[in-house]
Ligand binder design. Structure first.
Ligand code: CTP
Length: 402
């Protein structure tokens, strides 16, 4: 999965012959899972049609402040467009547009949108070689980078004029890779490895029955996605769960029992920087697993249980540099019990769920948490979706490990 997946890309097209390549560019962004909107300068419509770009981007293309629809005049709000975008790319960026961007001129919708945008802005110049070498163009390129915009340099090759030299817009595939790599490079957890446990464990009674719990795995899977989106390589050790994940940074390791989860965690723990144990591990398992299906009798059935290994505690005992995060699901004396678990399991952070809070805990789409750190500093969060909760948890971890 591309880092661009789910991102909102605003493509600004200006009037250079390379504008014909923006059709491929839009396709590549869409293929990477991004949502695309296109803003064009009026003159660029001579090089590529708005119909082509709106069809490929699956969105209307804007080029003027006002548009007439039936009898109504519609106002295209450049501020809204600028705020909508996660990334703005101006490609091709002509010498004229670069100069206007440098000087804050906004005599068209694209330039006004550029000035309003708060997101990272990439620009891919395209022009003839002498224009590219002109001191005024060089000055524009420098000033725009000083403003914090990101240059995707032009390449060398045959130009529309027939001359050969520097000034060709980078190829669409190279522009997309440039942006992907730039985003990846800036991700805060780039190069970090994280172990996450999720879901329930199933402890076998006989070949067809088990002791389990209602954990859906949702919280752990959301944590894995959030960590991967922040650039981490994630080892997601999951008990039986219907949750799905397809992210190239996430390695999913499926297990069933607490013992299998213990073994998988110990395989990866030594190599990771952070471990988050959100699984609802069974505390007990049948002492003897019947090899044949247990037959029904008229008398009561007694199954003797023995404790499973406490995975989190065992990781706390061998902790070196890992930042270790546990979960606590409590019904009473919540904060005191959670603090005791921090000490007993040598944790850096604990995420407390109280079953007294509505919408918290198992098998819901929401969660309400309190985070307590090793100094017993507490932060109480509102009821939120598990996706939002995973972002809160990762932010608390980031503020302590980076
Ligand atoms: N945990 C674990 N291995 C176990 C049991 C729990 O790794 N065998 C982890 C959970 O993933 C969670 C934390 O320990 O991160 C706390 O789990 P919880 O069930 O709240 O606490 P327990 O330590 O089992 O204590 P109790 O059930 O008595 O509250």
């Amino acid at each position: 999965m591309s880092v661009l997946s789910g991102k909102k890309v605003l493509l600004g097209v200006t009037a250079g012959i390379a504008a014909y390549k923006t059709a491929s560019l839009v396709r590549l962004f869409i293929k990477s899972g991004a949502e695309v909107m296109v803003v064009m300068t009026p003159a660029s419509k001579d090089f590529v049609t708005p119909l082509t770009l709106s069809t490929l981007s699956k969105n209307p293309v804007h080029s003027t402040f006002y548009e007439k629809e039936d009898e109504n005049e519609l106002w295209n709000n450049h501020v809204d467009l600028g705020l909508w975008a996660d990334i703005m790319l101006i490609a091709p960026a002509t010498a004229n547009t670069l100069s206007k961007m440098t000087n804050g001129i906004c005599d068209n919708l694209l330039l006004a949108t550029y000035l309003s945008a708060k997101c990272p802005i990439y620009f891919a110049p395209a022009m003839d070689l002498d224009m590219y070498q002109h001191p005024s163009t060089k000055k524009s390129l420098q000033s725009l980078q000083n403003f914090g915009n990101i240059l995707i340099p032009a390449t060398s090759g045959e130009l529309a004029s027939g001359l050969v030299g520097e000034g060709r817009m980078a190829e669409p595939a190279d522009i997309v890779s440039f942006i992907e790599n730039d985003i990846l490079f800036k991700l805060p957890l780039r190069g970090k490895k994280i172990l996450i446990t999720a879901g329930p464990t199933y402890e076998a009674i006989d070949p067809v029955r088990f002791i389990g719990n209602h954990s859906s795995g949702k919280m752990g899977f959301e944590l894995a996605k959030t960590a991967a989106n922040l650039g981490a390589e994630v080892f997601l050790v999951s008990g039986p769960s219907y949750q799905k994940v397809t992210h190239s940074f996430i390695h999913r390791i499926d297990v069933k029992s607490a013992q299998q989860m213990y073994d998988a965690c110990h395989t990866y723990y030594k190599t990771v920087d952070i471990a988050i144990l959100s699984a609802a591990v069974a505390d007990y398992r049948p002492k003897n697993i019947a090899t044949q299906k247990i037959k029904k009798k008229d008398t009561a059935l007694v199954i003797e249980l023995e404790p499973t290994k406490d995975i989190l505690k065992s990781l706390g005992q061998i902790k070196t540099t890992q930042f270790l995060v546990g979960f606590a699901l409590e019904t009473n004396n919540e904060v005191e019990n959670a603090k005791a678990k921090i000490v007993k399991k040598k944790l850096d952070l604990i995420v407390l769920n109280s079953l007294q809070d509505k919408g918290a805990g198992f098998a819901t789409d929401t969660n309400k948490i309190t985070i307590i750190d090793a100094n017993f500093k507490q932060k109480v969060f509102a009821l939120k979706s598990k996706k939002e909760v995973s972002v809160d948890i990762m932010n608390e971890i980031l503020s302590r490990v980076l």
